[in-house]
Design a protein around this ligand. Structure first.
Ligand code: SF4
Length: 399
């Protein structure tokens, strides 16, 4: 099926030149209960969340993204992502301010750098987002109005990356890195590209979802100049793939910037295989790879948005075999307290012994895989060429 993507309905009162200007979208973001009341018929549970004031995670939404949500139905999936719920305030089953353990001293060697995995670091270039997603996992940092790093923080972070020669990937994150200006993005990427051991740069952003007009030709030219740069988007629902978002995604891939999507499974938003397949197939059609399907972290105030792991596994199990490998995102749980990622895959093995393994496949085919003789196992004759590289990768965090 050839998919089509519909534009978001723009309010008559806003001229197109403003609506399609990303800086206008940021400056005109809805923040107060009065702003939201002009756009939505608020439910009691939403109004009570606004009344909690500073007790609740920051609230902000671009006019574009607000226009995607239902005005009248508080249970609308997109609305559940952007509007606060009184459930954020009470009776938590689990409520962690830092579920990924990013603030632990061993993972946060200097300000604005998270070094959890051996050869990758997160570089938190801003704490600002244009929409504060209710499921955000980084509520300990995001939305504290610190904006772009101060000069000393920036220099300190760059120095850390420079000095740690095991770092191969830098992931610009935040907050949302695409809320900063083109000039600043260009500067950060230029400085990173001057560091010889940095191979890959990723940018994690919700802007292609909540303000796709941010993806201007100028921005794309900058990213292309500093290749290889990967764009990590966060589409969670097929309705977020509008005509505007489709243009943004295609602008990246047409210019050699691969797009990988990281969705979060969210209760009442996308926790059904029909919704996940719809999102994944449309993304793939736009040449964006559905990469991760994350279990929602037990970040403070997210109980009502989290699915159970059993619910997530059931969704994955139902999708398996029907959705191609290209379209299938990897189900992953971040072990709370910064335990790293745990991946899930449906279990099809029913028996194992030295000779091999027996399986019952996704559609009931029973068969076995018989191992070759262990004595036949040999190391490739040229493996040695890569030994040093491999050893360096394994000890990357110590370099
Ligand atoms: S854009 Fe990302 S960092 Fe910002 S609120 Fe949403 S999930 Fe959190």
């Amino acid at each position: 099926m050839k998919f089509t993507f519909s534009p978001v309905e723009r309010a008559d009162s806003v001229p197109a030149e403003k609506w399609f200007d990303w800086t206008w979208q940021l400056q005109s973001a809805l923040k107060s209960v009065n702003d939201f009341e002009k756009n939505f018929q608020l439910a009691d549970f939403e109004r009570k969340a606004f009344e909690a004031g500073s007790e609740i995670f920051n609230i902000r939404c671009t006019p574009y993204y607000a226009a995607l949500a239902s005005k009248n139905n508080p249970h609308d999936p997109v609305r559940r992502i952007l509007l606060p719920h009184e459930r954020e305030l009470f009776d938590p089953k689990q409520a962690q301010l830092d579920p990924l353990g990013e603030r632990k001293s061993e993972n946060s060697p200097v300000r604005r750098i998270v070094h959890r995995y051996s050869d990758r670091v997160l570089f938190l270039v801003t704490d600002i987002c244009s929409v504060y997603c209710r499921y955000c996992t980084r509520k300990h940092f995001t939305g504290a109005d610190q904006a772009f790093l101060k000069t000393d923080e920036y220099e300190e972070a760059l120095k850390y990356i420079r000095q740690h020669t095991g770092i191969r990937e830098v992931i610009l994150s935040g907050g949302d890195p695409l809320t900063i200006s083109d000039a600043k993005i260009d500067r950060v990427l230029s400085d990173l590209r001057k560091i010889d051991h940095v191979e890959i740069i990723r940018i994690g952003s919700r802007m292609p979802v909540v303000a796709p007009m941010r993806v201007t030709d100028d921005l794309v030219r900058i990213l292309k100049k500093h290749k290889p740069v990967f764009m990590m988007t966060h589409f969670n629902h097929p309705r977020e793939l509008t005509a505007e978002a489709a243009i943004a995604v295609e602008n990246f891939v047409d210019n050699g910037i691969p797009v990988m999507n990281q969705m979060v499974l969210l209760n009442g938003v996308n926790n059904h295989p029909a919704v996940v397949q719809a999102l994944s197939r449309r993304l793939l059609y736009l040449r964006a790879k559905p990469y991760y399907m994350f279990q929602c972290d037990p970040s403070i105030g997210t109980d009502h948005l989290r699915t159970s792991i059993d619910n997530s596994l059931q969704i994955q199990r139902e999708l398996w075999g029907h959705l191609s490998g290209l379209a299938m995102p990897q189900l992953s749980v971040d072990i709370p307290d910064g335990g790293g990622k745990a991946y899930y895959a449906p279990q099809f093995e029913v028996e194992r012994n030295e000779a091999g393994r027996k399986f019952v496949g996704w559609d009931g085919v029973e068969s076995e895989y018989i191992n070759p003789d262990a004595s036949e196992t040999r190391i490739p004759i040229d493996a040695e060429v890569y030994f040093e590289e491999w050893e360096n990768l394994k000890s990357a965090k110590k370099l």
